[in-house]
Design a protein around this ligand. Structure first.
Ligand code: ADP
Ligand code: ADP
Ligand code: MG
Length: 649
């Protein structure tokens, strides 16, 4: 076994790998960028090396600097995590050329699966069923249109170099094909520098079922399937294992196909073979097709660990160190059911916009496994994926594991940034999902029901108001009781742009009557806790002027200082600000230029989407405050228009 390895990644996966390695007695060297100096993965590691600036291109994508760090610290192997350099065969070559071990497959195996078209050809030859379609070299639009006609609509156009749902377009009618092809190509070109596409049959009521495989370079085993059908825009949201409704015949057929795929390329380490399944006819052994193989440890690997009892990272290290596969196929069995929910800093009602912020408070219930790369006090920065944690539950049956997921999500406490927690909670309680009736369209169909903006309940407002006045944890000596004259005060809170006025009538240190929009609420201290209208109070976190009540997945309030209120009224239509953190992709404004309301002034790329920033009114550009390529935080001023009087003069 290695004595020391280097973890070439950050966030939750770095922490996850460090934990398993250290449990095996293996030391870990962490690497970090400017933005991650105080990150959790650095604190966990035995040693750490600074590798550059915050943007990934200056740090986590610098293979040369990372290899140098490994050599300088005496690490014998490099674990790539997922994302970044994990599926970069040139990096694997460089690692090996430096005399180090890459904890993962060979460069050749990664290359074989790197492009979706070549992978499909290879899988066809290995006898693995592939989605019917055209994955040849001819990229002529006429030829591709013809291929789509032959396949029959609806079809899916996919970038051959694609990943993360980018460069993919669903086309329902022949007359829309040309335009969809054009936009898929341009997106693929920007994202992957490769505009080649393939066209395949769009499977009806699709389910995404993938098989975890593990190889030692010769043979391979599978660790059963995961169902990742709960997706939003081709991104996984909640994953589970095993797949609901799976039959023993289909599981055997999929497992064998996945093992064939892995063995066809001499696969070594952890990998995932993704299949698309036709869910319209129920699960059948002849109703699944190869989509792609991910040659790395997958984000959702913990659900497989939960049902098999295998530590996949431990296996990765053992196989990379030259050991044989720790178990044979016959020794592997499924125990119960598991779910994973991906908790992100994102503003769900605002179209799932990625968010940032300092986590004022972060707490997970003891009953769930929470894989996280951040702690309370840490910053969700604009440079990386805004994932906060993965919440994983296990149970003897699907129904119990799902109940545990719902309970764990309801007990998760995050303050300091908006999150998708309420959305995940709504999904965990969705009836169709509970019934196992899943397909990749479920979220889109029910999006209105799943995206709920909670109205703060009077009892939540009451708690926030008491916290704002410092009344929640003040324990007055009982002897001082008589000195209390009923005391009235007023607090103004803001929630979702609405101001809420609260009158508090304090009767004693532990007894307050509150009035909120004409409604009366009673708060009484009982023993150590509080009761609001007789019900046990939720937990509360106070951080500066922000108060979060942990009810309904977290309701946040801002305490308004009456003196500051006036200056805050009304937005400034002269300033065009970044609505979220991201990278300025393009700027279309220059000083002195006249613009009309609605004109596109800049394009911001945040995580996986592009957002146009428009002029809020007619005017003349006074100043352009950013350049294309710059990383900006939420609220950063990008373009300023001349004040309206000046413009008129
Ligand atoms: P998965 O199938 O595991 O969800 P995806 O194909 O969506 O993965 O993305 C590939 C991997 O790269 C994921 O593990 C994801 O976390 C990571 N990733 C995706 N986008 C980014 C990004 N912008 N920056 C860093 N890592 C990313
Ligand atoms: P990526 O590399 O972006 O992960 P995939 O090929 O794995 O791309 O596809 C991503 C998602 O798109 C799948 O999980 C599935 O929801 C959907 N999808 C892909 N291929 C098809 C298809 N042929 N029919 C229906 N849905 C599909
Ligand atoms: Mg995929």
């Amino acid at each position: 076994m290695f004595e020391r390895i280097l973890m070439a990644n950050r966030g939750e996966i770095a922490c996850r790998v460090i934990a398993s390695a250290q449990a095996m007695g293996v030391e870990v060297v962490a690497v970090y960028s400017d933005a991650d100096r105080d990150a959790r993965h650095v604190a966990m590691a035995d040693r750490s090396v600074h590798i550059g600036g915050a943007p990934p291109a200056e740090s986590y994508l610098r293979g040369d600097v990372i290899i140098e760090a490994a050599l300088a610290t005496g690490a014998q192997a490099i674990h790539p995590g997922y994302g970044f350099l994990s599926e970069n065969p040139d990096f694997v070559d460089a690692v090996e050329a430096a005399g180090l071990v890459f904890i993962g497959p060979s460069a050749a195996a990664i290359r074989a699966m790197g492009l979706k078209d070549a992978a499909k050809v290879l899988m066809e030859e290995a006898g693995v069923p592939v989605v019917p379609g055209y994955h040849g070299k001819n990229q002529d639009p006429e030829h591709l249109t013809g291929a789509a006609d032959t396949i029959g609509y609806p079809v899916l156009i996919k970038a051959v170099a694609g990943g993360g749902g980018k460069g993919m377009r669903l086309v329902e009618r022949a007359q829309d094909f040309a335009e969809a092809l054009e936009s898929a190509r341009s997106e693929a070109k920007t994202a992957f520098g490769n505009e080649a596409v393939l066209v395949e049959k769009y499977i009806q009521k699709p389910r995404h079922i993938e098989v975890q495989v593990f190889g030692d370079g010769q043979g391979a085993v599978h660790l059963f399937e995961r169902d990742c059908s709960l997706q939003r825009r081709h991104q996984k949201v909640i994953e589970e294992a095993p797949a609901p409704g799976m039959t023993p015949e289909m599981r055997a057929a999929m497992g064998q196909a996945a093992v064939r795929a892995a063995e066809a390329i001499g696969y070594k380490g952890a990998g995932t073979v993704e299949f698309i399944v036709d869910g319209s006819r129920g699960l059948r052994a002849d109703g699944f097709w190869f989509m792609e193989m991910n040659t790395r440890l997958q984000v959702e690997h913990p659900v497989t660990e939960a049902i098999t009892g295998v530590d996949l990272v431990e296996w990765q290290l053992r196989v990379a160190a030259g050991e044989a596969l720790p178990r044979q196929q016959g020794d592997l069995a499924i125990n119960g059911h598991a779910f994973e929910a991906r908790l992100y800093a994102e503003d769900v009602p605002k179209g799932f916009l990625p968010a940032t912020g300092r986590l004022a408070h972060l707490r997970f219930p003891e009953t769930a496994r929470a894989d996280s790369g951040v702690r309370a006090g840490d910053e969700i920065s604009p440079f990386y994926d805004p994932m906060i944690a993965k919440v994983i539950t296990h149970g003897p049956s699907r129904a119990i594991a799902l109940r545990r997921l719902a309970t764990a999500l309801a007990g998760t406490e995050v303050a300091g940034t908006v999150t998708n927690l309420a959305f995940l909670g709504a999904l965990a309680r969705h009836e169709g999902f509970a019934a196992g009736d899943v397909d990749t369209g479920l979220i889109a169909r029910d999006i209105d029901r799943l995206v709920v903006v909670p109205e703060p309940a009077p009892k939540d407002v009451a708690l926030a108001a008491l916290a704002a006045c410092g009344l929640l944890d003040r324990i007055e000596p009982e002897t001082g009781f008589a000195l209390w004259a009923p005391l009235a005060r007023e607090v103004v809170l803001r929630s979702e742009d609405e101001e809420i006025r609260v009158r508090i009538q304090s009767l004693a240190a532990g007894a307050h009557d509150l009035e909120i929009a004409g409604q009366r609420v009673e708060a009484r201290r009982v023993g150590e806790g509080w009761r609001i209208d007789g019900q046990p109070a939720a937990r509360v976190a106070v951080h500066g002027a922000q108060i979060t009540v942990f009810a309904q997945y977290g309701v946040s309030f801002e305490v308004i200082d009456p003196l500051e209120r006036d200056s805050m009224a009304g937005g400034d239509s002269a300033l065009i600000e970044a609505p979220m953190p991201g990278m300025v992709k393009a700027v279309f404004a220059s000083p002195g230029q006249s613009v009309t309301k609605g004109d596109r002034l800049a394009v911001l790329e945040a995580m996986k989407m592009e957002h146009s920033l428009l002029a809020a009114r007619d005017g003349v550009v006074a100043e352009v405050l950013v350049a294309a390529g710059e990383q900006v935080s939420a609220g950063a001023a990008l373009v300023r228009l001349e004040a309206e009087e000046d413009a008129a003069a």
